[in-house]
Design a protein around this ligand. Structure first.
Ligand code: SAM
Length: 217
């Protein structure tokens, strides 16, 4: 594991995420597998958490570089990397730091799952990720997104008050697909899935799962 000095330390969120990622429903596991299906070559995974995605990579992936800044989660990602079916290297730092340091071959794909809600500036991060993907390469995403109506209003209030502070900078009212398109990716396929039972009064409402391509030059 590379230690970069660009880490985060959110103890409440890290403990909660450790619990949640160890008690995932079959449905979210199915979405993770779908999100990674068919990938091949070198993959950059942004914000790997405890490394829950690693077990879902297909054998056609030759290398995963997994970026994770949270001090209590990166070691868990490292432990998951050692059991993964494909080679995984963990970079213990923020994606912003990784992007400022990045050198080497472009990636065949970038994977973002439940992370673009948490970076400070998703537009800027996506633009930089775009430049790290080879022409014709892909962005795979599984992200919770903004909704309308009463829950949309709840999302705005949550984002302006306690939610980001408690949840490791998570923001619930983001139009992530617009940011993906704004960065230059062409969204080939995306759909919404319910995130949690509709009756639960949580600001997280729906996931978008999809594939986007960097146009070949
Ligand atoms: C809700 S968790 C999702 C973890 C994982 N992607 C998954 O699907 O299980 C959000 C993750 O994004 C990470 N994160 C937050 N800000 C980040 C940043 N600036 N750069 C990289 N990762 C970040 C957090 O530390 C956390 O592990």
């Amino acid at each position: 594991m590379t230690d970069t000095g660009a880490t985060t330390d959110n103890p409440f969120f890290a403990r909660l995420w450790t619990f949640l990622s160890n008690h995932e429903t079959k449905e979210i596991q199915r979405l993770r597998t779908e999100n990674l299906a068919g990938l091949s070559g070198r993959v950059l995974e942004v914000g790997a958490g405890t490394g829950t995605n690693f077990a879902h990579y297909p054998a056609t992936v030759t290398e995963v570089v997994a970026v994770e800044p949270e001090v209590r989660l990166a070691p868990q990602a490292q432990a998951a990397a050692q059991k993964a079916p494909v080679p995984v290297t963990v970079y213990a730092g923020t994606v912003e730091k990784y992007l400022s340091d990045a050198v080497g071959e472009p990636f065949d794909a970038v994977v973002c799952s439940l992370v673009l809600c948490s970076v400070d500036d998703p537009d800027s991060v996506l633009q930089q990720l775009f430049s790290l993907v080879r022409p014709g390469g892909e962005l795979r995403f599984l992200e919770h997104v903004a909704t309308g109506g009463i829950r949309g209003r709840l999302q705005k209030i949550a984002d302006a008050t306690v939610w980001p502070r408690l949840m490791g900078n998570c923001h619930t009212h983001r139009d992530t697909e617009a940011s993906i398109v704004g960065a230059g990716f062409a969204v080939n396929d995306a759909r919404l899935e319910p995130a949690l039972p509709a009756w639960l009064p949580t600001p997280v409402a729906e996931y978008t799962i999809g594939r986007a391509t960097k146009p070949a030059v």
